[in-house]
Design a binder for this molecule. Sequence first.
Ligand SMILES: Nc1ncnc2c1ncn2[C@@H]1O[C@H](COP(=O)(O)OP(=O)(O)OP(=O)(O)O)[C@@H](O)[C@H]1O
Ligand SMILES: [Mg+2]
Length: 358
Amino acid sequence: MRIRCYTGWGANCQVVLLFALAYVDLSFYHEARETHEGKMKKRPAFVMLEHIAYGNFPISLQPAFCYDIAMKSLINSLPLINQGKVREIYAVDDRHLLIVTSDRISAFDVILPTPIPGKGEILTRISNFWFDKTRDITPNHLTKIPLQDVLSNPKELAWAEHRSIVVKRLQPLPVEAIVRGYLIGSGWKDYQQTGSVCGIGLPVELQLADKLPKPIFTPSTKAAMGNHDVNVDFDTMSSQIGTELAQKVRDTSLAIYQMSADYALERGIIIADTKFEFGLDEHGELYLIDEVLTPDSSRFWAADTYRPGISPPSFDKQFVRDYLETLDWDKTAPGPDLPDKIANKTADKYREAMKRLV
Ligand SMILES: Nc1ncnc2c1ncn2[C@@H]1O[C@H](COP(=O)(O)OP(=O)(O)OP(=O)(O)O)[C@@H](O)[C@H]1O
Ligand SMILES: [Mg+2]
């Protein structure tokens, strides 16, 4: 078991908890971690520990050892159908999925071995907030099905709470709906070579990270696991999914971006670009799916330090990237451990993004 040192409430809680753990029984922790099952005696102290251990506790009070198990889903009762860098997707039945967000963080497309405390819960809360806020623009995949209807095992339930959503199982469109308000990343590379982004002509002499005259829709194909997505122009997307649907996806994406970017800017966050996913139900109705406007699906920048001409630091991953750049690491898996200080500062940034937006 790895123990980290945290300050404030987390540290106090950690000390109390370690004594309690020694008193009660350490074996439950190993059982839970290694076999995800096992019969445990329900002493009152134990029940409390169980809640803490599975993250069913305010983020700021979670003890450090919880973070290790927050890297890996403990759910075994449902079939796992997709494991992404950060999330696990389970089939609930033919019509529903369970999406569970871990505390994993990736950088340069590599999952790092160090979790970011509370990240799964924060991303879930941010995404749910936007699903609610965009309801007038588009329907989305959220259901009202409570988690306890889906997970009957109390250990799984306690672990998944706050980091999971039960969603409608839809047919995902084979495109990523990207909206860019600023010129950065692959958009900047495209612009330097062609003067346009995904076939959309732009004014000459724009600088890196410049704000675009108006947000642009720049779709990409959804690449198979291990491959990179490829930017395509609107006509290519139309030939793939049909012009009418492509127009609806584009107009909906731009409307959501415009609303959310204005909202975030008032709270000191620039949403430079973002990626949406859409799915269809059996009647062909379009729904917003996946995650929405989280720091993982978008580029967030701090508005007060933004300057065109330089690549603005990422609001959330700036400490991780800066730290990794100091290492002699070739940016291929396995990634290096993050020092506690970097993991904690990063967690603070995720929390700050949530506090500003939600
Ligand atoms: N409501 C839904 N119905 C059907 N599929 C969905 C729904 N919501 C999300 N998905 C799909 O679930 C998958 C989520 O995968 P996830 O983003 O966790 O990993 P990934 O895209 O494989 O990898 P990465 O970690 O690089 O994002 C996506 O393929 C997405 O299209
Ligand atoms: Mg994804």
